[in-house]
Design a protein around this ligand. Structure first.
Ligand SMILES: [Mg+2]
Ligand SMILES: [Zn+2]
Length: 189
């Protein structure tokens, strides 16, 4: 299998609206441009992989089955517009979690690279040809950790985070939202 480029998308604040801990599927709100953005990546030949920190599982705010239900719901909304996500990966852990099965340090909570490593293994992704898009500096830090390019979007926490980068961190681009990030990516492949 020839290694492929991927666009790793953060979920909350990037693909769907940031609503705090998303504990019910009826609180899912895609941005108006999300389906178009994902479809454009599909057509350009990128794998599209959602990579998300869901520490609400470790904190006991919701279960993994809720996370999976949310992903099925997003996927159905995307499918209605002819778009699809190739895989949804998430980290359910947190060192200070209340649910013992998930209360630990792990290698998959962004900016750690575990979720990207999994995509490399399972989907044949080549990180060095890939991109990470997210609304937090930790998403850009993930890009740096795996040798991908990182785009910060101003939706979600992005506008608040933009003036306060993590130490030594610089995005390859800062865009208003996901559709602009996708335009930037498509001009650079
Ligand atoms: Mg986010
Ligand atoms: Zn984890």
């Amino acid at each position: 299998m020839k290694p492929r480029a991927a666009v790793f998308l953060d979920r909350d604040g990037t693909l769907i609206e940031e609503v705090g801990y998303l504990d019910q599927v009826d609180r899912v709100a895609l941005y108006p441009w999300s389906t178009d953005a994902v479809r454009a990546l599909n057509r350009a030949g990128f794998r599209v992989v959602v990579v998300s920190n869901q520490s609400g599982v470790a904190r006991g705010f919701f279960t993994e089955s809720v996370v999976e239900e949310v992903h099925r719901h997003i996927e159905a909304r995307l499918a209605a517009g002819g778009a699809h996500v190739d895989a949804y990966y998430y980290c359910p852990h947190h060192p200070d979690g209340k649910v013992s099965a998930y209360a630990r340090r792990c290698d998959c909570r962004k900016p750690a690279r575990g979720l990207v490593d999994r995509a490399e293994r399972e989907l044949g992704i080549e990180p060095a040809r890939s991109f990470v898009v997210g609304d937090r500096w930790l998403d850009v830090a993930l890009a740096r950790a795996v040798g991908a390019r990182g785009v910060l979007v101003r939706t979600g926490y992005g506008a608040t985070e933009e003036p306060r980068p993590l130490e030594g961190l610089d995005a390859d681009a800062v865009t208003h939202n996901l559709i602009e990030a996708v335009s930037w990516i498509l001009q650079r492949r």
